[in-house]
Design a protein around this ligand. Sequence first.
Ligand code: 173
Length: 318
Amino acid sequence: MKKLTLIASACLLLTGPALAQETTLRAVSGFATGTAFSRPYEALVQWINENGKGVLQIQSVGGPESIPPFEVGNAVSSGVVDMANVTAAFYTNVLPEGDALKLAQTTIQQQRENGCYEAVDTLHQDKMNVKYLGRTGDGVNFHLYLTKPIESADLSGLTIRTTPVYQAMFEALGATPVTTAPGDVYTALERGTIDGYGWPIQGVLDLGWDEQTNYRVDPGFYQVDVEILVNLDKWESLTDEQRALLEEGMAWLEEQNANNAELNEKERAAQAEAGIETIELSEEASATWLQAAQDAGWESAMAVNPEFAETLQGCFQE
Ligand code: 173
């Protein structure tokens, strides 16, 4: 009996470490590799692969060439991939409430403190079957870029490329919106089927769109949200150590959101250098512009899910 117990314990000792095997997550990005909103994700993959040896590794299957951006939400929700780097505007087909994340006026660190993160995470888990690991893009605004100038906050007569981020606002200001993935913007500009597009302050030059862009309208509006999501079944199958590693890596990445102010300034300078002229709206037109953004944004959020929108209104402002 004693001998048997000894053998059994020896077996446990031998198999114990082998049970906690290294896991590899397959991840995809909704943004092209090497461009502004993919770089933070690429840094996270590198951090995890350096710090997670023997625990967890991430294998990136790339960007939009692997999965179309508007399908990335479906892919991580259903488990086609384990992890995704994607803005909520690209997955409103799975989680319509996601569009409201652009309305945050606080940092992800503040959202983690005041319960906002938990509300957003719970919604993602319940309605999309994903763990909302965290958020990049804090401090980065969206802008309107144009091929022809405007003089006021009136966009009537202009056909503008949008995603859910800009749709309600640009429509309220009179534009004709056309929704396209980033991959189709260059050709649409080249062919003249659009007069401009919405995009953040960062990344225009990465995509080569400066060649087809004459103006950027200031001020910027809303706040970029790019999420790191993990399929919930996969998340729940991980060990505490593996989950802690992902959370540690995410916290490390989120600290770097603080660099965005400096990156924004560099992008402004680079756009000017590339020949993109700034249209600075007058004080009055700026007020109309920003009010349209807020009104259209919150109105849409309320129409989708009033309870969730009210929760966000309580914690997305300082
Ligand atoms: O494609 C977009 O214009 C868009 O919605 C977006 C959102 C976050 C970052 C970059 C682009």
